[in-house]
Design a protein around this ligand. Structure first.
Ligand SMILES: [Zn+2]
Ligand SMILES: [Zn+2]
Length: 171
């Protein structure tokens, strides 16, 4: 199994275009025919932006941060950072740098890379635990895959007795 890595974003020029039978281009975002002859992947700016958002972790992270109100979706922690004001007073500021965009099902295990349903926001502590769990699951999965491959390669030949039985049953 190939290990897929997080890419962050895919350049739009590498998105595969979609065409109908007549060779007209279809918008990758809304699936409608693109009327502008110079465009191949999206019909208008709105579709371009939506397409970009759907395929970009930076955008997805900022969107999900808003959706979850800058709170870890596992433990509910809202990371804060102390800041000393010019008058010496200490204020607690929201610290988004400790909130990490994480794949619920890792990409290496077939999880969707840019699907919101497979993404959530975790604080750095929860992310550390989750990453360790993921690594364990990926290793387990690889072992299983390898076991399956070995079994296939050393598949025992079917003993001839089975053929005799089948022949008899056919009659
Ligand atoms: Zn469109
Ligand atoms: Zn957390």
């Amino acid at each position: 199994m190939n290990l897929l890595r997080r890419r962050g974003y895919i350049p739009m020029s590498s998105y595969k275009t979609k065409q109908d039978f007549q060779g007209n281009y279809i918008c990758l975002n809304c699936n409608k025919l693109i009327t502008n002859k110079r465009r191949k992947r999206y019909c208008d700016d709105k579709c371009r932006d939506e397409l970009w958002t759907k395929n970009n972790h930076v955008w997805l992270r900022s969107k999900l941060l808003c959706d979850c109100n800058h709170t870890c979706q596992k433990c509910g922690k809202k990371p804060r950072k102390p800041f000393t004001e010019p008058d010496g007073a200490i204020t607690q500021y929201l610290d988004d740098s400790k909130l990490i965009l994480d794949h619920k099902i890792p990409i290496a295990l077939g999880g969707e890379e840019f699907d919101e349903k497979n993404l959530w926001i975790l604080c750095s502590d929860c992310n550390k635990i989750k990453t360790a769990e993921d690594a364990k699951n990926i290793a387990k999965h690889r072992r299983r895959e390898k076991g399956r491959r070995d079994k296939w390669e050393h598949k025992p030949e079917i003993p001839p007795i089975i053929f005799h039985i089948q022949e008899k049953m056919d009659i």
